[in-house]
Design a protein around this ligand. Structure first.
Ligand code: C5P
Length: 402
């Protein structure tokens, strides 16, 4: 997949820079044209001569080439690239990328690039765990950048932990895989619901649930990164998405979510119902704050909310694919199967609150997919983004058959 691809390899000042000789060699061997850009500190760890010899192109490091006075155009480089790899990415460069601090040639080129960006962090375990690093990496993800997670093991400091740059072979594989599946949803439109809904009790109180929206947002980003045009209808969540290709509609209540989904339904090829919709809303919403009274407990009367998945199932065309979720605490398989049929879904993604590291708020999930063809696909515990990839792979197969 890398044959003829223009790759910018951005190297920053970390000890793992020594592995970039192998990384450059592997990219060139796979047929890519490689332009290396180094930050000034990276040159302390590996000689530019090594990389220019392996890539067959002079390494760029400064805005101006000292001996010729030639200006290196970050804009041209950004447009030339089919992919950017930042490896190793230090905490400093990640912070600059996340916040647009364009004080060197590499970050300036990053800001100009339209191509997919792969970031392979490498640093000491405590730097990796620092809230600023964690937040900056999350920001990069929200820009649509692909994080190639560091592995755990012995670090240059001799401490043991997470922070080793992924091996060059696996970095090349991640990029190769990206190009292999990259645009398989091109031209498709996917509607996704995410997060909880919030149902008012009075002007200051509400009924809701613990859904963070993370799974729905991961699905939206996965679909968009594969070329789909995504409409993301989300309940109130603290997540951001600046990802290109995602049109976000914010709603609060189940009724608002239902209306937004039904309006968008005809224009979409697939619908993924990932939101944790409140099954009931308050019928007698108080227009003033309910006061505490000593011996009287207020009565909150509930009315059923619309089942959005069911409404979609009843109104969908034959060429539309629908996917539901089932979060269960018990009797998982039977309950999920029932929902698959009742809601007329093509497949359902089941997870159980009995599984550790699955479900609400956490960054990982473990799911089983049950299809209307009678298949059961069991997954391992993975990051929500990796789970999203597995789900979208199944969705892609359904869409390909329509
Ligand atoms: O019935 P239950 O809520 O467990 O079903 C879960 C599936 O149905 C999820 O896909 C969820 O997004 C969807 N759902 C919905 N509208 C509701 C309730 C659930 O779309 N009111």
């Amino acid at each position: 997949m890398l044959k003829g691809k223009h790759i910018i390899l951005g190297i920053t000042g970390g000890i793992a820079a020594y592995k970039c000789a192998t990384l450059t060699r592997l990219l060139v061997k796979a047929g890519a044209e490689v332009q290396v850009i180094m930050t000034p500190n990276a040159k302390q760890f590996i000689q530019p001569l090594t990389l220019s010899t392996l890539s067959g192109k002079p390494v760029i490091s400064e805005f101006f080439t000292a001996n010729t006075g030639q200006w290196n155009s970050h804009v041209d480089l950004g447009l030339w690239a089919d992919a950017l790899i930042i490896a190793p990415a230090t905490a400093s460069t990640i912070g600059k990328m996340a916040n647009g601090v364009a004080d060197n040639m590499l970050v300036t080129t990053y800001l100009s690039a339209k191509a997919p960006v792969f970031v392979a962090p490498a640093m000491d375990l405590d730097m990796m765990r620092h809230p600023s690093t964690v937040r900056n990496i999350e920001l990069l993800r929200s820009y649509g950048n692909h994080i190639i997670e560091p592995t755990a093991g012995e670090l240059a400091s001799h401490l043991i932990g997470k922070g080793r740059m992924e091996e060059p072979e696996n970095i090349v594989k991640a990029i190769d895989d990206y190009f292999a599946i990259s645009q398989d949803l091109q031209g498709k439109r996917v509607l996704i619901t995410a997060g909880p809904t919030v149902e008012k009790v009075d002007p200051v109180r509400y009924i809701s649930n613990f859904s963070s929206g993370k799974m729905g947002f991961a699905l939206a980003e996965e679909c968009a990164s594969r070329g789909a045009q995504v409409t993301l209808v989300t309940g109130p969540v603290s997540l951001k998405t600046e990802y290109p290709g995602i049109d976000r509609i914010d709603v609060t209540t189940a009724i608002e979510m239902h209306d937004a989904v039904m309006k968008a339904l005809p224009d979409n090829d697939a619908v993924i119902l990932c939101a944790a919709v409140a099954d009931y809303r308050v019928e007698n919403v108080a227009d003033k704050k309910i006061k505490r009274e000593k011996d009287v407990a207020p009565v909150i009367r509930l009315a059923p909310n619309p089942d959005i998945a069911r409404a979609v199932g009843q109104n969908k065309r034959d060429d539309q694919v629908t996917v539901g979720f089932a979060l269960e605490t018990d009797n998982e398989q039977v309950n999920a199967q029932g929902k698959l049929e009742r809601k007329n879904l093509n497949f359902i993604v089941m997870n159980s609150l009995r599984d550790k590291n699955a479900g609400f708020q956490v960054d990982t999930n473990k799911v089983t997919i049950i299809t209307d063809k009678g298949e059961t696909i069991e997954g391992d515990c993975k990051s929500k983004r990796d789970v999203a990839r597995d789900i979208v792979d199944v969705l892609h197969n359904y869409l390909a058959q329509k």
